[in-house]
Design a protein around this ligand. Structure first.
Ligand code: GYE
Length: 311
């Protein structure tokens, strides 16, 4: 039994009909693919799905979650825009006796803890993605003893993929190839147009850079447009690596303009609804259900093999 208003730990339930889904934005191929995967799986399982889209606003997402709580869903799925801002709303769901599963982007786990405040976090290993991106960029620039300068286009400030991809990349680069220096690190909000704007300024400030790491494909695509407009030849005089696995970016890998794309698989629906089934059966869940990702390059055929699945 659970008393709404005063519940201090995760509620256990054995049946669900109505699932609420708080999405942080619907602004690109990655988010559309994730949304479709959640919708498809909810439908396959016969659940009613209540949806909200926060359009990249923390204020909006907190409000969305409070509204969804008032609709009394059996379970709430949240893909938080940033790590800290939605934590309190997740605690409010727990207090209202509604179990939460955090999907894709994580919440700050010192503000809301899996196994106590919410059931589990289901998503990719963003830190490892950043390390894999660094390994690919190091390889593209000639290996660990290379001396070069590069820039980093970061995702949404305060979001778990931006924090962890940045940390994984920077750490791997510093330990594996200390001669490759990041001369500028600037956010472009995971957006293509912003990536283009930011890159066109950076390439004027740092005309000698040899590499670009973008935290997602959208920003890399914008950056490549800007680099070409500035007279650079991405793929030959400057190497670009990014994360996601969109069709547009994988095609740039195949045409040689991007060196590698690290996967961040947005098709989280199957994992989410399998895990929900386990939760409803009363099984113990791990604190983190990890989505597995790969790396796509031209040289080893992995980009071509993946392309039919790209989103
Ligand atoms: O990389 C990006 C999207 O949270 C992992 O969000 C996701 C990221 C993804 O905007 O394209």
């Amino acid at each position: 039994s659970c008393t709404p208003g005063s519940n201090t730990k995760l509620v256990k339930i054995s049946k669900a009909h109505k699932i609420a889904w708080s999405q942080n934005a619907l602004d690109g191929a990655w988010r559309f693919a994730e949304e479709a995967s959640i919708e498809q799986q909810a439908q396959q399982h016969g659940y009613q799905l209540l949806k909200a889209n926060a359009n990249n606003s923390d204020v909006q997402q907190v409000q969305d979650i409070e509204t969804l709580i008032n609709d009394r869903p059996d379970v709430l799925l949240v893909d938080p825009h940033t790590e800290d801002a939605e934590a309190k709303a997740i605690l409010d769901a727990r207090k209202a006796c509604i179990p939460v599963i955090v999907v894709d982007r994580d919440v700050n786990e010192s503000l809301a803890t899996p196994g106590r405040d919410f059931a589990t976090f289901i998503g990719s290993d963003f830190n490892k993605q950043g390390q894999l991106a660094a390994d690919a960029l190091i390889e593209s620039l000639g290996g660990p003893s290379t001396k070069a300068t590069i820039v980093e286009l970061s995702g949404t400030t305060g979001s778990s993929p931006a924090i962890l991809r940045g940390g994984g990349f920077d750490g791997e680069l510093a330990s594996k190839a200390p001669g490759i220096k990041i001369v500028a690190e600037q956010t472009a909000n995971f957006a293509r147009a912003t990536g283009q704007q930011v890159m066109s300024t950076l390439i004027q400030q740092y005309p000698n850079i040899k590499g670009v790491f973008a935290h997602n494909d959208e920003m890399a695509i914008g950056a490549i447009t800007a680099l070409k407009a500035s007279g650079k030849h991405p793929g030959s005089d400057i190497k670009v690596v990014s994360i996601d696995g969109t069709k547009d970016a994988v095609n740039l890998v195949l045409s040689g303009e991007e060196y590698a794309v690290v996967q961040s698989n947005p098709r989280l629906g199957p994992l989410v609804f399998q895990t929900l089934d386990q939760y409803l059966k009363g099984q113990d869940l791990p604190a983190w259900v990890v989505q597995q990702d790969k790396v796509f390059k031209k040289a080893d055929g992995s980009a071509a093999a993946y392309l039919p699945d790209a989103f």
